[in-house]
Ligand binder design. Structure first.
Ligand code: NAD
Length: 354
C-alpha cells in the first residue's frame, strides 16, 4: 500500500527544493501518495493566514509531511507559521543531524552531531506583549508589584515558559534517541546561572533523568561556553539537548560546521505526527533563480523514508547524496559550484539508479 504523505512546498526557495526532493523520492520506487498543500506567503495574501486549518487537517490525516520553508515577516507582529505548525501538532522534538561529508569543504573532518531541540515552549510559545499596549502596562504593573522593582515603562515583553511536562518529555526523548541510535553522550545546554527557574528547571530535569541512565554519558554546559567549544572542538560532541531558542541558534551553527544550510536536514516529531523539513529558511535572496541547494530537503526526505520504515531506500538516498558530493562535479553555488537545483536532483537520481 502506498504511504500517504502531505507535501507542503512552502514559499521562497521552498517550491524549488520540494520539487527536487519529490523527484528523488519518487525515483526510489517507494510508493508514496503525495497530497500537496499550499502554505506560506501567497496563501497569507489570499486568505489572511499563511497556515490554513486545512493544511493541519491534511497532516493529521496523513500523519507525516515533507515541508519546505515558510517566510516569517520580521517584527510585524505576525506569528511564525512554522512555530504555529509545531505547536498545533505538538511536534515537541526537533532532530537535526550535522555530519562531516566527503567532498564538502569545512574546517573539521569528523563532526557527527545531532541537535535535539525542544520545539514547543520557551520564548517561542508566543506569549508576547508589545510596546505601548494596555495589557503590557498591566503586566508591568503586576510584575512591579511582585518584584518590588521598577520596570521601564517603554518595555516590551517576551515570556519564557519551561514546564516540567515539556522538559521531561524532551529529555526522555533525547535519552531514548541515544539508546536507539547507538549514540554515546548527551550534552545539555542551558543558561541556568541567569535564568535560574526556567533554564534551571530544564537542567534539573536533565540531571534527574541522567541519573537513571547509567549507560549514557551526560554533561551540562552553559550555552555561551558550549557555543565556544562547538566552534573550537565540535568533534568531541555527540547529542546536544537544548531548549527551544538555543536549539534554533545552535542548529544553524552546527549546520555551518559541516557545509552550511544547503545540506542541513531535520525532523519535527511528536507522539502522533512527524513533519520533515530542512533547517534553512525561504532564502529570499536566491528564490526563483533555480540555484538553491536541494540536498537539505532531499536529506529530510531520506529521514522521512526511514520514519516510514523504508530503511533501505533511506540509506540509498543518503548514499546517492554522498556520492554526488564526493564527485564534486555537480554542486550549487553555496558549495562553490555552478549547477542548478535541477542538476543536483538529476545527479542524485542518477546515482540512485546506478
Ligand atoms: P535562510 O535560511 O532562508 O537563509 C540564510 C542564508 O543561507 C541565505 O544567504 C540563503 O541564500 C542561504 N541558504 C539557505 N538555504 C539555502 C539553500 N537550500 N541553498 C543555498 N543557499 C541557502 O535564513 P533567513 O534569510 O534568515 O530567513 C529567510 C526567511 O525564512 C525568514 O522569513 C525566516 O523566518 C524563514 N525561515 C523559515 C524556516 C522554516 O520554514 N522552517 C526556517 C528558518 C527561517
Amino acid at each position: 500500500m502506498a504511504h500517504l504523505v502531505t507535501l507542503i512546498p512552502g514559499d521562497g526557495i521552498g517550491p524549488e527544493v520540494a520539487a527536487a526532493a519529490r523527484r528523488v523520492l519518487d525515483a526510489t520506487g517507494v510508493a508514496i501518495d503525495w497530497v500537496v498543500e499550499e502554505a506560506g506567503a501567497a496563501v497569507l495574501e489570499r486568505e489572511g493566514t499563511p497556515l490554513p486549518e486545512r493544511v493541519l487537517e491534511q497532516i493529521r490525516r496523513s500523519r507525516v509531511a515533507l515541508k519546505g520553508p515558510i517566510t516569517t515577516p520580521v517584527g510585524t507582529g505576525f506569528r511564525s507559521a512554522n512555530v504555529e505548525l509545531r505547536q498545533a501538532l505538538d511536534l515537541f522534538a526537533a532532530v537535526r543531524p550535522s555530519r562531516s561529508l566527503p567532498g564538502v569543504p569545512g574546517r573539521y573532518l569528523d563532526v557527527d552531531l545531532v541537535v535535539i531541540r525542544e520545539n514547543t515552549e520557551d520564548v517561542y510559545q508566543g506569549i508576547e506583549y508589545p510596546l505601548g499596549a494596555p495589557e503590557t502596562a498591566e503586566l508591568r504593573a503586576e510584575l512591579r508589584r511582585l518584584e518590588l522593582e521598577e520596570i521601564r515603562d517603554d518595555s516590551a515583553f517576551s515570556v519564557k515558559p519551561i514546564s516540567v511536562t515539556g522538559a521531561r518529555r524532551i529529555v526522555r526523548f533525547a535519552f531514548e534517541f541515544v539508546r536507539s541510535n547507538g549514540r554515546r553522550r548527551v550534552t545539555l545546554g542551558h543558561k541556568a546561572n541567569i535564568m535560574r527557574f526556567s533554564d534551571g528547571l530544564f537542567l534539573s530535569i536533565g540531571r534527574f533523568e541522567a541519573d537513571r541512565q547509567p549507560n549514557v554519558r551526560f554533561e551540562d554546559m552553559e550555552i555561551d561556553q558550549l557555543s565556544m567549544r562547538l566552534v573550537r572542538d565540535p568533534e568531541r560532541f555527540d547529542v546536544l539537548l537544548l531548549p527551544n531558542l538555543y536549539g534554533d541558534i545552535l542548529s544553524d551553527l552546527c549546520a555551518g560546521l559541516v557545509g552550511g544550510l544547503g545540506l542541513a536536514a531535520g525532523a519535527n516529531l511528536g507522539w502522533e505526527y512527524a513533519v520533515f523539513e530542512p533547517v534553512h529558511g525561504s532564502a529570499p535572496d536566491i528564490a526563483g533563480r533555480g540555484i538553491a541547494n536541494p540536498l537539505a530537503m532531499i536529506r529530510s526526505g531520506a529521514m522521512l523514508l526511514r520514519h516510514l520504515g523504508e530503511h533501505e531506500w533511506a540509506a540509498a538516498v543518503e548514499r546517492a547524496v554522498e556520492r554526488v558530493l564526493e564527485e564534486a562535479a555537480v554542486r550549487t553555488p553555496d558549495l562553490g559550484g555552478a549547477s542548478s537545483t535541477e542538476d543536483v536532483a538529476d545527479a542524485v537520481t542518477k546515482h540512485l539508479a546506478s
